[in-house]
Write a protein that binds this ligand. Structure first.
Ligand code: ZN
Ligand code: ZN
Length: 183
C-alpha cells in the first residue's frame, strides 16, 4: 500500500502525522520560507524569474510534456502564480494548449525556445519547469509519476505511479494539498 491510499483513509491531521515514516522520500524539506527567493530561467538567459516556495513537484509522462520538454517526461514544479515574478515578460512567447481536459498556457523563451513557465487556466497555480531552476538541490523531491500509461520508458523508482486522467488528477490534487500544508 502506498502512502497515497492510506492518506485517503485517514483525516488530514492523521495523514500529516503519518507522512514521515511512510514516505520519507516525500518529506525532504521544500524550499522552505517565503523569505528565500529562488531563481529560474531559460537556457540562453533571456527569461529570468523569481519565485518563493513550492507546492508540489512530480513527473508527468503525458505526450504534451514529452514533446515540449523533448524528453521522456516533464518535471513540473507547482508554485503559487502570485509568487512568480518574471523579470521581462516580453521575452516569453505564450501558447495555449487546450486539449480537454488539459487547459493551460505554456511560456517559452522567444530566443531559445526553452519551456520555462506554465499557467493553469482558471487556477491560482503556475508551473516552473524543473530544468529551469538555478539551484536544483533546493527543489523538493518529486512526489510521483502521472499519466504513466503513456510513458516512453519504465521508471525504476519507489515513487507512486498513476495512470489515466482521473487517477493522475487526484494524485496531483493530493500532492498540491500536501504542499499547501508544508510537506
Ligand atoms: Zn532563452
Ligand atoms: Zn504532462
Amino acid at each position: 500500500m502506498g502512502s497515497g491510499e492510506l492518506a485517503c483513509a485517514v483525516t488530514p491531521k492523521t495523514a500529516s502525522r503519518l507522512a514521515t515514516p511512510i514516505s520519507p522520500r516525500t518529506t525532504i524539506p521544500l524550499m522552505p520560507s517565503l523569505e528565500t527567493p529562488a531563481h529560474a530561467g531559460c537556457e540562453c538567459g533571456a527569461v529570468r524569474l523569481t519565485t518563493h516556495g513550492t507546492l508540489a513537484r512530480f513527473y508527468c509522462h503525458c505526450s504534451i510534456c514529452q514533446r515540449l520538454n523533448q524528453s521522456a517526461y516533464g518535471d513540473p514544479v507547482f508554485v503559487w502564480r502570485k509568487d512568480v515574478e518574471v523579470e521581462d515578460p516580453s521575452q516569453l512567447a505564450w501558447r495555449r494548449y487546450r486539449r480537454l481536459p488539459i487547459n493551460l498556457n505554456r511560456g517559452t523563451c522567444r530566443t531559445c525556445d526553452t519551456l520555462v513557465l506554465e499557467h493553469l487556466a482558471a487556477s491560482p497555480i503556475s508551473v516552473v519547469i524543473g530544468n529551469a531552476w538555478d539551484e536544483q538541490e533546493r527543489l523538493p523531491s518529486p512526489k510521483g509519476h502521472i499519466f504513466y500509461e503513456s510513458r516512453l520508458q519504465d521508471v525504476d523508482d519507489e515513487l507512486p505511479k498513476r495512470s489515466g486522467y482521473l487517477s493522475s488528477q487526484l494524485a496531483v490534487t493530493r500532492w498540491v494539498l500536501e504542499g499547501m500544508r508544508g510537506h
